[in-house]
Write a protein of this length. Sequence first.
Lengths: 357, 357
Amino acid sequence: MRNAEVSCQAMNLKQLSENLGLSQTTVSRALNGYPEVSESTRKRVELAAQQGNYRPNMRAMSLATGKAMTIGHIIPVATQSDVVNPVFAEFVAGASQTYSQFGYELMLRFAESKDEESTYRSIVAKHAVDGVIVHSPMREDSRLALLKEIGLPFVVHGRVCDTNEEYNWIDMNNRSAFKQATQLLIDLGHKNIALVNGQESLSFAWLRRLGFLDALHENGLTHNPSLMASDELTETHGYQTATKMLASDHAPSAFLVSSYVVALGVRHAISQAGLAIGKDISVIIHDDALSYFDNSGAVPQFTSTRSSVREAGILAAEMLLKQIDEPELYPQTKLLKSHLIMGSSTGPYRAQLSTLV
Amino acid sequence: MRNAEVSCQAMNLKQLSENLGLSQTTVSRALNGYPEVSESTRKRVELAAQQGNYRPNMRAMSLATGKAMTIGHIIPVATQSDVVNPVFAEFVAGASQTYSQFGYELMLRFAESKDEESTYRSIVAKHAVDGVIVHSPMREDSRLALLKEIGLPFVVHGRVCDTNEEYNWIDMNNRSAFKQATQLLIDLGHKNIALVNGQESLSFAWLRRLGFLDALHENGLTHNPSLMASDELTETHGYQTATKMLASDHAPSAFLVSSYVVALGVRHAISQAGLAIGKDISVIIHDDALSYFDNSGAVPQFTSTRSSVREAGILAAEMLLKQIDEPELYPQTKLLKSHLIMGSSTGPYRAQLSTLV
DNA sequence: GGAATTATCCAAAGCGCCTTGGATGTTCGA
DNA sequence: TCGAACATCCAAGGCGCTTTGGATAATTCC
């Protein structure tokens, strides 16, 4: 498929400088904005570079400068056929905006947890990246120590609970958001509130659980373990959990759900039980603002704690690039406040049909 | 954050060969499996490399060999805040398996259509990739000609309709799958069948539309334009479309839906209308087998045409790497057959409540 | 006008790897 | 025992870029 035209396409410094009758040094300096070149030659060089569609060979540039101009995203998966959290794609879409703005590329990997360590060591030894984003931090997470040992700059999307170490992170206020949401349900008169959560070995889910419990306890309510479920963020998880809970003796009158996808399963279970969301049953979800699940509008479908994951991606990337540029900034942190948005899925408590029947 | 330990971590060929008392040539050859080195030294070298956690500097290697050892995925988006099709993440997760198996890295970009051309030209000029996967092909798609001109190896995930040119592609049988699904609905007695489709400027949606029409026409049915909707694959699209259609005078008794996400909206609209899926209304979806929407099990929720996007990713990547390795294979093509899977969302036609009332 | 700046530009080294074209030592057949 | 064939290893050049340390010409200052 490669043909003769290719050689025209891929011009290099040497050719460019020969065409211009200048040295490689001068051309390089002209293009990189060094002062030792006159404004007139700089213009001439830039024009020629543009016309020749010249871009420095990224590999050669990296070799010479020692900078990979690439950021790695290593997505942890349990197995190769594992669930891929839809949040990651949205986050990456955001981060990628920042990267292209600053001339960086994005390298993506999926790593099973068992070879996560070797993955990190490998990409560093290969000089593949200048830094990484750590996804899906766990309550305790060995990646912190590992990355510090390797000396690879990183930003965590989320936080690690069981550590006193410092590190760069960007996170939303999981705990207070879920506390606030729970409080809203309590204020509406709900007492039997179910939490349909993500895997609580992961920080975000654990913190949401804590926030949920905070609110219950502050209001003198006891939590019911059978109304607390924790699993991967799938529709099935939501459906099966809600179905089972609704059929039980102590059916909840309200659900607090950790993601939109899960809520779709919950919604389905509720309507299959012949109940109406926002009337018989209240639901609050956490809304990551995924682009294909639109929960906005004048009156959103779901009452929700909303925090844009895409924006988090943008900001995380900015933080990382800044960290790489100015190591003395370490550590940087940023807490994003979610918004509690009233939708049509919440309403005052009322005795449920099923219990009346 | 980088500290003294780093230098220990990042060993290079020179150091390694000095440690071993061998030349760089020999060490390089030993590690790359050349025959000019004795088995005993090879063992010795491999051991030392492993112990020193030596990995060749990817940038230097690329420069020397001319191979980037990287594949690019350029995801087209209308605007930076655009919907990111969930299918892409799953596809990429699959492709990534193949890449890491063969020592390749995956470079990801999101490109607005207006600067798609410059994106491709740029990554080629930069020598950033050895090939690319083309996502979301359109009915007519300028990327084909562009990539051929540039001479960059590529594989299209899907097909381009309006072209006679040859190119590498991997696709599912969109047209026949949707024809088959439509036929099933017709066989069940349905005559008013709605198609809730993706954007029909995209090939996959257009082909599904054609398949849908094929079946209608073969059975002497005329299509009703008001029962054919086409938009981005969001839940909202499904919900609003189905709500409107169900409320109209010629409400459909069956829906053919282009994705699981959209179907969730359709399902919601149906249950809000007080109708039961699989009884009052039949629904067939196309199921990309996304990991967080589980539509498997003994009796899946939705009757569906299923084709795993993740597997497509694996195979597309294999095809591309093979193409890069053996250019004479051009063009390669692969058609994946989707499976029609019976779920509980379809049933024989019966007069609808709404029309009876 | 001559020395000291300043403005421009260049030659060459080096980043870490692969690879060509020998060099050296070993083994084998005659 | 000697040359040929082979096995084993090495020195050095080159991939395309950045960057150091001048060189040359133009300008300024006394």
